[in-house]
Write a protein that binds this ligand. Structure first.
Ligand SMILES: C[S@@+](CC[C@H](N)C(=O)[O-])C[C@H]1O[C@@H](n2cnc3c(N)ncnc32)[C@H](O)[C@@H]1O
Length: 318
């Protein structure tokens, strides 16, 4: 246990991040009203997209497309979900699923990949990343950081992308924040307080990146070529006693193997289909402990009986 005095009780209460079912010591909080219905609606919509891809006469000829179609079949194998009888807000995830079905003939033969499809629909990727459900991961992480590590003097964000969390972190941490992505274009175009840097977490960090009290990442680290090696790199960027706090989705979401609703969509993208997509909580624990992190904890974002992932945090020993 840290003695640096800035780490509060490890068993903190975090609104909207209910207990990880296999971490009995974590506190139980309630699921926000409406999340289960919204998720059931999204799941049913993704299943319809999967039906159309599975029934399409266009057969996949690339590794990416083969995985995408396999993800469609896995969704169809999962128990049917009745969408809620009330209307649920339609977000960019629905639009992106529509586009996926529309572009399937080109995706199947490798004429396009997910990134090409998004480039041809300006604004869609930014909306997809910052609207529900993706924004819930950023919200949970930003709310939890000050509770898990008080008096944070320096924060590094990895894989900041279009700034789902950066936009929320920057007003709080200002010049104490360094946000990073491997894509120069994303870093260059961002205009938040703090410093934007290019950092490819598959490689050694730039020498002058600095060392940090807190390193955070939202739905980014699962893209790593070798998660354990990257975790080792990040540990060296942490100050003694510092926290690594991740928000990551989870798939499958049920013990019967039901995939996360958007597995299908994200299989169109490099960094997902070729890297294994979301990991399970036990895979994160194992990778963290193999790299010498301590006090490994998790919390779950549930939607009824689906476990959508949530927070994972651990500390660099003093
Ligand atoms: C799914 S997006 C999430 C972005 C952002 N964290 C969010 O929540 O909106 C994943 C991000 O990780 C970045 N990424 C993928 N592999 C990376 C790597 N090896 N090093 C750094 N960033 C990487 C991508 O460029 C992308 O911006």
């Amino acid at each position: 246990m840290s003695t640096n005095g800035r780490r509060p009780s490890r068993y903190v209460s975090m609104p909207n991040t209910p207990v990880d079912r296999d971490m009995a010591r974590e506190p139980v909080t309630t699921e926000p009203a409406g999340r289960a219905g919204r998720y059931a609606g999204l799941f049913a919509y993704a299943r319809t997209a999967a039906e159309r891809i599975a029934a399409s006469p266009h057969r996949p000829v690339t590794g990416r497309a083969v995985r995408l179609r396999a993800a469609a079949l896995a969704l169809l194998d999962a128990p049917h979900r009745t969408p809620p009888d009330h209307e649920v807000p339609r977000t960019a995830a629905y639009d992106a699923l529509d586009v996926l079905v529309e572009e399937w003939p080109s995706l199947a033969v490798g004429r396009l990949d997910g990134a090409d499809v998004m480039r041809s629909r300006p604004g869609l990727w930014g909306r997809l990343m910052t609207e529900w459900p993706m924004m819930e991961y950023a919200d949970a992480l930003v709310a939890a950081l000050p509770r898990l590590y008080t008096g944070t003097e320096s924060v590094l964000e990895i894989g900041s992308g279009v700034g789902n969390a950066t936009a929320r972190l920057a007003p709080l941490y200002r010049e104490r924040l360094v946000w990073t992505d491997r894509e120069l274009s994303l870093v260059r175009h961002s205009r938040w307080p703090g410093t934007g840097r290019v950092f490819d977490f598959d490689l050694e960090p730039p020498d002058d990146l600095g060392r940090f009290d807190a390193i955070v990442g939202i739905n980014a680290l699962h893209c790593a070529a070798d998660i354990a090696r990257t975790l080792g790199r990040l540990r060296r960027l942490l100050l003694p006693g510092g926290i690594l706090l991740l928000a990551e989705g989870n798939s499958p979401t049920r013990s019967d193997g039901t995939p996360w609703a958007l597995d299908l969509l994200f299989n169109a993208f490099d960094g997902w289909w070729d890297r294994g997509g979301f990991r399970t909580r036990s895979e994160w624990r194992e990778a963290l402990s193999s790299q010498g992190y301590t006090d490994i904890r998790t919390s779950a974002m549930t939607a009824g009986s689906d476990d959508l992932g949530g927070l994972i945090w651990a500390y660099r020993p003093e």
